[in-house]
Write a protein that binds this ligand. Structure first.
Ligand SMILES: CC(C)(COP(=O)(O)OP(=O)(O)OC[C@H]1O[C@@H](n2cnc3c(N)ncnc32)[C@H](O)[C@@H]1OP(=O)(O)O)[C@@H](O)C(=O)NCCC(=O)NCCS
Length: 219
């Protein structure tokens, strides 16, 4: 599924279960430390998916250790993103000569808990979610908004190494075409040259919402 949201220059891989053969490399095991079973499984499986995606780019297995603010450290000259939620793990990678940044996010396809939309959405986004919920009732637009914002952050952070809050970007969905546009608001104190907008894609299945952004070199 994730593949259809990404350009050909980005290699991706996804899993709907935790493969028994998935293993961590020693650096990853040390970085993970003692955690519960669910965290161990998602951390291990998503790295298995990431190594398969790296191999599709012709690259050897490499340790993918959490770095600054949790962002994964990719091999030199590689950009990428990972996501996991119940029943789904995915990774997307590209060569930095062709791809500036990637962000992906998956969420269970259920409405956000009460009160969360008010915390994460700008006023215009709340209006849009209400309108889309009326026009296209089969999609949890509030959760999709949350996912799109997390994807923006995952694409933004490796480029800027700065925080972006939920109110620092405004998302507009193209409901029919499966696209979205993110405008980074000028109040963020972003470094010079940071992107002021992103174009993304989304899809909804019965159980999952997935969003993705890929910025190609020269875009
Ligand atoms: C970091 C964050 C986006 C992760 O999203 P999530 O839905 O909780 O979790 P997901 O399973 O989708 O993704 C987790 C993966 O994201 C990646 N990740 C974590 N921090 C990251 C960062 N700063 N930059 C890029 N990727 C990051 C990691 O690969 C992580 O998996 P791992 O710990 O197994 O390596 C989220 O926890 C967060 O901090 N959000 C607040 C910032 C934000 O979303 N702002 C909105 C701007 S409009």
């Amino acid at each position: 599924m994730i593949e259809q949201l990404l350009p050909a220059a980005v290699a991706s891989d996804e899993l709907f279960h935790d493969p028994p053969e998935a293993e961590l490399l020693p650096e990853e095991r040390a970085a993970l430390g003692a955690v519960g079973r669910a965290r161990q499984e998602e951390f291990t499986s998503v790295r298995h998916a990431a190594r398969r995606a790296l191999s599709a780019l012709g690259l050897p297995p490499a340790p993918l250790v959490p770095g600054l603010r949790g962002a994964p450290s990719w091999p030199e000259a590689v950009v990428g993103s990972m996501t996991h939620c119940v029943g789904y793990r995915a990774a997307a990678v590209g060569l930095s000569s062709r791809v500036r940044t990637v962000g992906i996010d998956a969420e269970p396809h259920v409405a956000l808990p009460f009160g969360v939309l008010d915390r994460i959405a700008l006023p215009e986004e709340r209006g849009q979610v209400a309108e889309l919920a009326h026009l296209v009732p089969g999609v949890s637009w509030d959760r999709l908004l949350f996912s799109a914002k997390e994807t923006v952050y995952k694409a933004w952070f490796p480029l800027t190494r700065t925080w972006l809050g939920f109110h620092d970007a405004s998302i507009t969905f193209d409901a029919a075409g499966g696209g979205f546009h993110a405008r980074v608001l000028p109040t963020t104190g972003a470094p010079v040259g940071a992107p002021d907008c992103f174009k993304g894609r989304w899809l909804a299945t019965r159980s999952l919402l997935i969003t993705a952004i890929a910025v190609l070199e020269g875009d």
